[in-house]
Design a protein around this ligand. Structure first.
Ligand SMILES: Cc1cc2nc3c(=O)[nH]c(=O)nc-3n(C[C@H](O)[C@H](O)[C@H](O)COP(=O)(O)O)c2cc1C
Length: 202
């Protein structure tokens, strides 16, 4: 697991793109959060109360949106799990990203490290949804962790009754993705601090 310096922390926010009770992506996110190290500050934010995006309100956003936006802004790492709906990310997730991205001057994703995983009952595990999500995050200036690609295929057979991920290959993959993501998040955080120091010295 990634190493940290004394007094250093990393803030992690988790977002699942399905609000369905019994969602495999929500289960996947919970399993990932259980693997995060103790020194990480962590919180899963829920999307149930996010209204449908309306650009008329982009300068007067609902409280549910501004609350999540602020949490993303403060996070060093955002972990997304997304279902695949009709070869794309879910509307729930895209709707949230559209809110968070507006107005552009308040976009909280610039230089934000983002980890992506997906679970689907189908045979490609949400690969196409991940491509969509990666493209959207890139457009927002986020840094999507490239490897490993975590796609849980046949998700209805990969979790126990109480939501524990049971597939050994998937378990290894999420551990590796978290390790890479934490390393990158720490590197970006340290680099931003060093850049600030350099500029204040100039
Ligand atoms: C509207 C809709 C469209 C779907 N389209 C796809 C699809 O394109 N590819 C796929 O692998 N699964 C598809 N599925 C199946 C989902 O992967 C499956 O329902 C999954 O469990 C959803 O994620 P969740 O368990 O986190 O809610 C679709 C499901 C719904 C409801």
């Amino acid at each position: 697991m990634a190493e940290f310096m004394k007094d250093e922390t990393v803030k992690v926010i988790g977002i699942a793109g399905s609000i369905r009770q019994g969602s495999f992506n929500r289960m996947l996110l919970s399993n990932m959060f259980k693997l995060l190290p103790e020194w990480a500050e962590k919180e899963i934010v829920e999307l149930n109360a996010i209204p449908v995006f309306n650009q008329d309100l982009e300068h007067d956003q609902p409280a549910e949106v501004t609350m999540i936006k602020e949490k993303v802004r403060q996070a060093d790492l955002v972990i997304f799990t997304t279902p695949e709906y009709n070869h794309s990310m879910s509307g729930v997730l895209k709707n949230t990203l559209d809110w968070l991205s507006r107005p552009p001057v308040h976009n909280p994703f610039s230089w934000k490290v983002a980890a992506i995983a997906s679970a689907s009952t189908g045979a490609v595990g949400g690969a196409r949804a991940q491509e969509d999500l990666r493209r959207t995050l890139t457009s927002l200036g986020a840094i999507a962790v490239p490897r490993p690609e975590v796609m849980i295929v046949n998700a209805d057979k990969k979790f126990s009754q109480d939501g524990i991920l049971t597939d050994p290959i998937a378990k290894n993959l999420i551990a590796e993705l978290l390790d890479n993501s934490l390393r990158l998040a720490l590197s970006v955080k340290r680099a931003q601090y060093e850049t600030l120091t350099v500029f204040s010295r100039a």
